[in-house]
Write a protein that binds this ligand. Structure first.
Ligand SMILES: Nc1nc2c(ncn2[C@@H]2O[C@H](COP(=O)(O)OP(=O)(O)OP(=O)(O)O)[C@@H](O)[C@H]2O)c(=O)[nH]1
Ligand SMILES: [Mg+2]
Length: 364
């Protein structure tokens, strides 16, 4: 398949630190690469308030239109969350040049679509898409109606929007009902596990931190480990035997988190996140080789707060120590002493016995 070419644009506030602005764009680029595309132009603009009509502003629109002429870009991806009207206005300007405009959520949803393998994940993605795209479709319908303008066409336009709205609402209801069934089933399984005395541990963390690698190393369960964002979209559960206490615990892996994850996406993924929500203990996996780790820890903590599980007992698991020099490790140990982290390498299986010991002491 030919890789689609894209222009990336990020609008940041004037006080954003240079490293952060670079990291933001790099992350968007990783998302695009995960999707299968490649970047031809990257643009950052500092702005206190985004443009009401197009988010990026008239001047930027013009500039990018000229770029697309030259570079033959097929996608314009904005690293922010746009309002339906703003996406509509941009689309109107760019589609004439055969350029598709997406915001960050559109791109994440496309990756989700590509990676979803279970029925549950597929339903949740469709729900998130309806919630994200729905308002844009209404806006489009409204515009068509306005443009149609004349007497006689108005009624027709209105009817079409009504039909679309109804269709989306019915589909949303159906997905919710199907998801409820899956959730009910899962709740039943959780009750069974509880009845049998199993405690549960949930692995959480920023996307690509090594959560699935940790589950694989601890349980020998074969889960997808990939250098891609959002490789995991469902939840997997494995069993680990804790030697010291002579008991087994269940460990689950789930979808990773990312900055600016819109609440509707978290909401749509509630059933996948249920294992996290009901766990007895959390393992917060951190890629300690990431210079943005402090920031990423905060992003994960904030999302845990939204899921109302920030008060759960948590072990901070600093992963990928095989990539650290002794000095870097020492610095991290000092800087993050307050989190009392355990340093491991999921891939090289370093520190796993200590981790199991700690899980045992905290959970029983
Ligand atoms: N060097 C090194 N690489 C690791 C380690 N653990 C994981 N990785 C690599 O990091 C990448 C991401 O690992 P995953 O386990 O898929 O990460 P994840 O947190 O499950 O990611 P998502 O499911 O995409 O959110 C892969 O390329 C792994 O091989 C480690 O201990 N050391
Ligand atoms: Mg994973």
């Amino acid at each position: 398949m030919k890789k689609p070419k894209a222009i990336l644009v990020d609008i940041i506030t004037p006080d954003t630190a240079p490293e952060e602005s670079l990291a933001r764009l790099n992350e968007l680029e990783s998302l695009l690469v995960t999707y299968g595309g490649f970047v031809i132009v990257r643009k950052i603009q500092r702005k206190q308030v985004p443009d009401y009509r197009t988010y990026i502003g008239k001047g930027k629109v013009q500039e990018i239109l000229e770029d697309t002429e030259q570079s033959k870009a097929e996608y314009l991806i904005i690293n922010n969350l746009l309002k339906p009207g703003q996406l509509y206005n941009l689309t109107e300007q760019f589609e004439k040049h055969a350029v598709t405009v997406w915001d960050k959520v559109d791109l994440i949803l496309k990756i989700f679509e590509k990676h979803a393998s279970t029925k549950e994940a597929k339903l949740q993605i469709e729900l998130a898409q309806l919630r994200h795209l729905g308002p844009r479709i209404f806006k489009m319908g409204g515009e068509l109606m306005r443009q149609g303008g004349g007497i006689g066409t108005r009624g027709q336009g209105e009817t079409n929007i009504e039909i679309m709205k109804r269709h989306i609402r019915t589909r949303e209801q159906k997905i919710k009902t199907d998801l409820k069934k899956i959730e009910k089933n899962q709740a039943g399984q959780r009750r069974q596990r509880k009845k049998h005395g199993f405690k549960t541990v949930a692995i959480v963390g920023y996307t690509n931190a090594g959560k699935s690698a940790l589950l694989t190393s601890l349980t020998k369960k074969n889960v997808k480990v990939k250098n891609e964002l959002f490789a995991t979209l469902d939840s997997r559960i494995g069993k680990v035997y804790l030697n010291d206490i002579g008991q087994s615990v269940l460990i689950s892996d789930t979808i990773g988190f990312i900055r600016d994850l819109p609440p509707e996406l978290i909401e749509a993924f509630k059933s996948t996140l249920a294992e996290t929500i009901y766990a007895d203990l959390l393992l917060h996996v951190v890629d300690c080789n990431d210079f943005e780790l402090e920031w990423k820890i905060d992003v994960v903590q904030k999302i845990l707060e939204e899921l109302e599980c920030s008060d759960k007992r948590t072990i901070f698991v600093f992963n990928k120590i095989d990539l650290l020099s002794p000095r870097q490790r020492k610095n991290l140990e000092q800087k993050y002493a307050h989190l009392n982290p355990l340093f491991i390498s999921a891939v090289q299986k370093v520190g796993l016995e200590e981790l199991k010991l700690k899980i045992g002491t905290l959970i029983y």
